[in-house]
Design a protein around this ligand. Structure first.
Ligand code: GDP
Length: 278
């Protein structure tokens, strides 16, 4: 964490024009780091809503509008199926820093994202297609990867990850449900119950169809019903709740419940406000 912060500070000192933050389109607010703007001293920002193939398209549109309304900010959707991600990425960065981007004044872009958001996949696609990877630059203490996307356009990848401080309980649940947090760090049943809570409210049909449920009772009843369908029964007739939870979380992460976004921009704003007031 601290070394990542230092790497970002070093990059600001060495020269930085645009900051790309890779977000998970299923939980854009919770997968973002509110400290990044301060660390990068308010440099123009490109928010990439990644894994859009797993997210609800109407919610992705709402999140894109939310970010695009912010000053010095652009947002684009992306997923690993996009074979030419560099085009949209380069175009958005050039719009954010119109005075840079030739060999005399290269456009210097930093890319950040939490674990599992798809950063390596994206970078591999970028590198594989058209970019040359080079080593670290003089003046940069930590090893950072420099990718030449095209002449006068450099993408810098920081080592390590910058984690959000999870001050918002809901964000913790969403991060855990998405697979961003290691499985030993949370209670799967608790996270599954929260996921059911969101699904019941916003995507009840998806839940009913996937598990053949005629009706949706309270969260525990739904989880139990999922367990019964998915062979998580114990001998006495009850259900192993953690197994039921695991089945639901796996299905969600693989997109088997459909394209589902866990949070809206308005909800996120309200949660941040409530956390700040505490
Ligand atoms: P990193 O930790 O940010 O470098 O994440 P990875 O690139 O290793 O990706 C984490 C997981 O997400 C892998 O299983 C990828 O296959 C998957 N993944 C990456 N991008 C996408 C995407 O756009 N859509 C979907 N559905 N999965 C993706």
């Amino acid at each position: 964490m601290n070394s990542t912060r230092q790497a970002i500070k070093d990059r600001v000192k060495a020269g930085l024009d645009v900051v790309i933050e890779l977000l998970d389109a299923r939980l854009p607010g919770s997968s973002g780091n509110p400290l990044l703007a301060a660390l990068t001293t308010g440099r123009p920002a490109l928010k990439i809503l990644n894994k859009q193939d797993l997210a609800d398209p109407s919610q992705t549109a709402a999140w894109l509008a939310h970010y695009n309304a912010q000053p010095h900010t652009r947002a684009i959707p992306l997923d690993a199926g996009d074979k030419a991600p560099a085009r949209a990425l380069i175009k958005a960065c050039r719009e954010l820093a119109p005075n840079r981007g030739d060999l005399a004044k290269p456009l210097r872009v930093l890319i950040c994202g939490i674990p599992n958001v798809g950063k390596s996949t994206l970078i591999n696609t970028l590198v594989g297609k058209r970019a040359a990877k080079t080593g670290d630059e003089p003046g940069i203490t930590k090893i950072e990867q420099k990718i030449v996307l095209e002449n006068g356009f450099y993408l810098f990848d920081t080592p390590g990850m910058l984690w959000p401080r999870i001050a918002i309980e809901q964000s913790g649940y969403h991060l855990a449900a998405s697979g961003a947090i290691g499985r030993n760090a949370f209670d799967e049943a608790e996270v599954a119950l929260e996921l059911i809570h969101v699904l019941k409210r916003r995507y009840p049909d998806a839940l009913q169809q996937r598990y053949g449920l005629a009706e949706l009772g309270d969260e525990e009843t739904v989880l139990e019903a999922i367990g019964l369908k998915r062979g998580a029964k114990v001998r006495g007739g009850g259900v192993q709740m953690h197994k039921a939870a695991e089945a639901l979380l796996i299905d969600y992460r693989q997109g088997l419940l459909g394209r589902i976004t866990l949070e809206t921009p308005d909800e996120m704003t309200a949660w941040r406000q409530a956390a700040a007031d505490e």
